[in-house]
Ligand binder design. Sequence first.
Ligand code: LP5
Ligand code: MN
Length: 243
Amino acid sequence: MRPTFFISDLHLCAERPDISRLFEHFVEETAPAAASLYILGDLFEYWIGDDQLDIDPLARKVATQLATMAEKGTKIFFMHGNRDFLLGDRFARAARLEILADPTVIQLRSVQVLLMHGDTLCTDDLAYQSFRTQVRSPAWQQAILAKPIADRQALAQSIRSQSDIEKSMKAEAIMDVNPDAVSDVFRSFGFPVLVHGHTHRPAKHEHTVESHVCVRWVLQDWHDFGGYLSCDNGEWRSMIVNP
Ligand code: LP5
Ligand code: MN
């Protein structure tokens, strides 16, 4: 049986051509070995609506690269991150991928695996959680998507700057997952393996919840190099993309 791969937090953008080249290598040489590729959010630096495809050559290229991989036989799944939560059906069709809800449970052999972007676990970051509630509301999204694309681009940049200012004033611990939130999801989903990104703190954690030892994989971001998590016949491994 072919392996399953997981990636997140690539933050692809025209300003980082090195990461785009790494991604190209990954989709052409590495990921086709997988039966399924799960992209757990923040594939793009930001996404302002699917008409980004009309103005952003990199977005079109990524869609084509993913579609080519899907045609070769790797099933591709995408979950929204806090940067690309506006990615929608038009991109999904162009990239031949399926959008998943956050959270989603999949089964690999007999193991239940819970997939999340990871931002909902950061419950101590109250300012972020209230921002998230606002931008994930269908009414807000409808109003935003009705605006001209240039306005949305400017707004995304303002939010990015504001977010960077606020992050510089937040304690590191606030921006990590909350242990009780993690225990709660393990409990609610029957003590699965948990895979998430967002925090950019790649690791394999073990949590004991009601005497169950549960594993939580945090995915590698693609800031300095590319990485993915592989599950191959029940064996989990964190891998580096080697061009
Ligand atoms: O992304 P990261 O890791 O740097 O920081 C996140 C949280 N920040 C965000 C915001 C994103 O960085 C930017 C999202 C851009 C999306 C583009 C589409 C938007 C649609 C608009 C156009 C169509 O998610 C950060 C967390 C951090 O993770 C760790 O978990 O702390 O959260 C914040 O910093 C949020 C702030 O605390 C509160 C929100 C500030 C935004 C204020 C809006 C100002 C608008 C000005 C308009 C003129
Ligand atoms: Mn994120």
